[in-house]
Design a protein around this ligand. Structure first.
Ligand SMILES: *Cc1c(COP(=O)(O)O)cnc(C)c1O
Length: 385
């Protein structure tokens, strides 16, 4: 057990933004909270992803961090995109991404959004129900379609199973209806869950996709696309499999697919998370029922939303190495759900005005932030443009 554990998990440290850049920004008096992003790391991650899976074309999940400078770097690296809305689509068209390279991967789309995307030249649309198939077909009968199937999310920190994904029975109904309409249902996709630490999930997903391909071919549909979705993890507090390990499993699973099938993936978190630090300051402290509470100027509503689902970040301070006590860490708003961490070991003398640094905070942080309760969003600063 121990042996296979050390074999699966990445013993090489993942890249992470160099702390000296953070210190420099702090010395320059940058106002907190802020997110500092190093684009060189985004480049490194894009290249590493492609090297690990040469046959798999990455299409960045724009929602993870829609900052245009990140998109520009990924365009330079030959990465495509995956969107869920018209605002995301427009932002990419503005950057001259060709519409046919933008995949519409939201399984439920409003008719108005579909009409807009179709008019702009988007060709590929996902679906996971007969109703959505009929809706897309009524707007754009010549759309290329891919079917999102339900798949196992075991060992993912953010399981996505349940909201989207057709079961096998539903797949059969959808395939039957597509064949009847003569709709171009040509692909299969799945999402293993975000921050997936179980390498097996992709293999299982691909095996299921092949089964659905067979059903599609039997119904006379022309299979051309396998989209293996997102979920590739980034180092936080728990060990993760390296992208190379995931790649080995994926490459093995796709080896017998004919070259007529285009293979793509939709990494979001993997591409951007470790390119950034979120830097905050302590606005106040309190002792409540014997526990120390630390209130930061960034909370659940200013970038740390993912802590709410049990997602754990590392936390650094300028007092590291000193006596630590379990603390509750909360955000600045008056909402009782604005609590990010409990029993987080932090220096006992952490006090008002001190800095708190959270590494690997480039994904699903500023993208989730709101102005709730009048607190500002973290400013975003970009290195190595
Ligand atoms: C969010 C999302 C992704 C990206 O997921 P990550 O876990 O960030 O890699 C990919 N595909 C779809 C359809 C998504 O909704």
């Amino acid at each position: 057990m121990i042996d296979s554990f050390s074999e699966i998990y990445d013993t090489h440290p993942e890249v992470s933004l160099d702390f000296k850049f953070v210190q420099e920004a702090v010395r320059n008096g940058t106002t907190t909270p802020f997110l500092l992003i190093d684009l060189d790391l985004v480049r490194i991650k894009a290249r590493r992803f492609k090297a690990a899976m040469p046959r798999v074309q990455p299409h960045y999940a724009f929602k993870a961090n829609p900052h245009p400078e990140i998109a520009k770097v990924l365009i330079e690296e030959g990465v495509g995109f995956e969107v869920a809305s018209i605002a995301e689509l427009d932002a990419l068209l503005e950057l001259n991404v060709p519409a046919p390279e933008i995949f519409y991967s939201n399984p439920i789309k409003s008719r108005q959004y579909l009409q807009y995307a179709a008019a702009k030249g988007v060709q590929w649309y996902v679906l996971d129900s007969v109703d959505e198939l009929r809706k897309i077909y009524s707007v754009k009968p010549d759309a290329s379609l891919y079917l999102r199937v339900d798949t196992q999310n075991l060992g993912s920190d953010w399981p996505l199973s349940g909201k989207f994904g057709a079961t096998l029975t539903e797949c059969k109904e959808i395939i039957q209806e597509a064949a009847h309409l003569k709709a171009d249902l040509a692909g299969v996709t799945f999402h293993v869950g975000s921050q997936c630490r179980n390498v097996e999930n992709w293999h299982v997903g691909i095996d299921n996709a092949k089964m659905v391909f067979d059903l599609m071919a039997e119904s006379g549909l022309e299979v051309r696309l396998l989209n293996i979705g997102g979920g590739y993890p980034v180092r936080h507090v728990k060990p993760i499999p390296s992208i190379e390990k995931i790649g080995e499993s994926v490459n093995d699973a796709i080896a017998d697919l004919p070259s007529s099938i285009r293979i793509m993936a939709e990494p979001g978190r993997y591409m951007v998370s470790d390119s950034a630090y979120l830097i905050s300051r302590v606005v106040g402290t309190a002792v409540r029922a014997g526990t120390k509470w630390v209130y930061l100027d960034s909370g659940v509503f200013q970038g740390l939303m993912e802590t709410h689902e049990g997602f754990q970040y590392e936390v650094y301070t300028d007092h590291d190495g000193q006596d630590e006590i379990p603390c509750t860490v909360a955000g600045p708003t008056c909402d009782s759900m604005d609590i990010m961490m409990r029993d987080e070991m932090l220096p006992a003398d952490l006090k008002e005005g001190d800095y708190v640094y959270i590494p690997n905070a480039g994904a699903y942080t500023t993208a989730y932030a709101s102005n709730f309760n009048g607190f500002s969003l973290p400013q975003v600063y970009i290195l190595n443009k």
